[in-house]
Design a protein around this ligand. Structure first.
Ligand code: MSP
Length: 511
């Protein structure tokens, strides 16, 4: 039997409230999780919040709050986001939970027992905003301040620290990438990581002594664990680590970790090295997506152009936003958010192409077929136009292939291609004119269009769960027959269909 499927989002820093970038990573994860469930797989979908470290401690101080109280509050806003975005996660982990502390400390003990950790002193540059160490050659200087490549200011740090023997894993990592060609995606990121490693890896500082907000190092409470060691471990904590008899341990290793391009090194270098060094299996794949800009500008708090995903779905509706984010930009590339583009996609593809197709077809069935589904096509291959029939028969497989590679935009393009074709088919066949001249052909045309809509509604469920639920209701598809495998069984003719109602609202932009 295939291993059950495990997908994760990054766990989000609770230094600030959620924005569009957080919603985006989780949305991709949600769609893949839903697709796998639709295929009939057992899925574990994990998300959560990253609550330790200097950055969060500082945000709590700035808010004049105790860090635990502060993280309780901000973590809650990420749950609210997940809820409003319709995410279907199976667990929401917080790194301040006792189960996570236990997992981190056990991982540490295993690394120490295998002589992968030694005590030393760290002296070098650190960026609190990235929670990352940088070498001097990576920095640039402006007005006497040094900056990391991410734009975060760095400060000189000197303190006792434990180190992980990362340098010794250099060759192993390169070999792992070679043997597992799918491990880092997209390909351009893979090359970037490989050349970074070829530049040489130093041992990694994995504990801090200059602040307290973290998980204590076992046996040396003067140190707290480096927040990235703590954070990455969340993926095994939730799978039950260290209890390998835990019912969720069967999910490990993760099938896909979704991350933004800014955190790829942590996931593709440190994480597999920690795991391999501790005798645990590394994850199977890390996909790094690009970043969004807002109407052409970098998103930043200081520019005041942060996009609040809750406001967006309030204004435009959840499913159009979900659709837009994955449709507009090839997954992996950077993309620009604009209201005009959102309106264009919603109006052109959802309201006009898909929504009208459903409405025209279902209204004609109401009017001309007494509201009953016409009989299944006995031999669709004998119909004069077989393109639509073969197009929808292959669609599930095409979408599945695209999603196997996390190419959400091409999955949606395959679907839209058939939707557009179905629209030209209805125009060309003009079933409204056939009632008197050829009622048999009219029924066949409407049935073929109904079959097409059922395929669209089924494969689009992961992207737009609420609206596709409504579409499948209008199509008369029973709730327990909405899996991909159910598409192989035609619905019986004669079932009564409810009167249709519009699925999408057009967006009108103020001039
Ligand atoms: N806490 C770490 C992750 C630890 S995972 C073991 C972290 N958190 S974060 O909250 O800062 O970022 C979470 C994700 O949001 C990252 O994947 C990041 O790429 C993504 N985004 C932040 N801003 C973004 C955009 N403007 N556009 C798209 N995604 C962006 O990093």
């Amino acid at each position: 039997m295939a291993k059950p499927y495990y997908v994760t989002t990054p766990i989000y820093y609770v230094n600030d409230k959620p924005h569009i970038g957080h919603a985006y990573t989780s949305l991709a994860t949600d769609v893949l999780a839903r697709w796998k469930r639709l295929e009939g797989q057992e899925v574990f979908f994990l998300t959560g919040t990253d609550e330790h470290g200097q950055k969060v401690e500082k945000a709590a101080q700035d808010a004049g709050m105790d860090p635990q109280e502060f993280t309780d509050r901000v973590s809650q806003s990420f749950r609210v986001l997940a809820d409003r975005m319709g995410f279907s996660h199976d667990d929401f982990i917080r790194t301040t939970e006792p189960r996570h502390k236990a997992a981190c400390q056990e991982l540490w003990r295993r690394l120490a027992a295998r002589d992968e950790i030694y005590l030393g002193a760290y002296e070098g540059w650190y960026a609190v905003r990235d929670e990352a160490f940088y070498g001097p050659d990576e920095l640039t200087e402006r007005d006497g301040v040094k900056y990391a490549p991410s734009g975060a200011p760095v400060a000189w740090v000197k303190e006792p620290s434990y180190f992980f023997r990362l340098s010794k894993w250099q060759d192993w990592l390169l070999q792992y990438y070679e043997d597992n060609r799918r491990f880092i995606a997209p390909e351009s990121r893979r090359n970037e990581v490989i050349s970074f490693i070829k530049g040489g890896l130093s041992d990694l500082s994995i504990s801090r002594t200059s602040f307290r907000w973290g998980i204590p190092v076992p046996g040396d409470a003067a140190h707290v664990m480096y927040v990235w060691l703590d954070a990455l471990t969340n993926y095994i904590t939730a799978a039950g680590f260290p209890d390998e008899g835990h019912p969720r341990w069967k999910f490990w290793p993760a099938d896909v970790h979704f991350v933004g391009k800014d955190i790829i090194r942590f996931h593709t270098i440190y994480w597999p090295a920690f795991l391999e060094a501790a005798g645990l299996a590394p994850p199977r794949r890390v996909f790094a997506h690009g970043w969004w800009t807002n109407e052409g500008q970098k998103i930043s708090k200081s520019l005041g152009n942060v996009i609040d995903p809750l406001a967006l779905i309030e204004e435009y509706g959840l499913d159009p936003v979900r659709y837009f984010l994955l449709r507009e930009v090839p997954f992996g590339n950077d993309g620009d958010f604009s209201r005009a583009a959102l309106a264009g996609r919603t109006n052109g593809e959802l309201a006009d192409a898909l929504g009208n197709l459903a409405n025209r077809t279902l209204s004609l069935i109401q009017r001309n077929c007494e509201g009953k589904l016409p009989a299944p096509l006995e031999n669709p291959h004998l119909m004069h136009d077989t393109t639509l029939h073969s197009g929808i028969s292959d669609l599930r497989e095409k979408v599945g292939k695209a999603l196997e590679d996390q190419q959400f935009h091409s999955a949606l393009e395959h679907i839209m291609f058939e939707v557009r074709y179905a629209n030209s088919y209805i125009t060309q066949m003009a079933p409204w004119a056939l009632k008197k001249t050829d009622p048999v052909l009219m029924s066949q045309v409407l049935r073929l269009l109904h079959d097409a809509l059922r395929v669209f509604g089924t494969v689009l469920q992961p992207f737009m769960p609420t609206t596709m639920d409504a579409l499948l209701d209008q199509l008369g598809v029973p709730k327990n027959q909405r899996q991909l495998a159910d598409l192989a069984t035609p619905l019986p003719g004669g079932i009564p269909l409810p009167p249709p109602s519009p699925l999408f609202r057009k967006i009108e932009l103020a001039a």
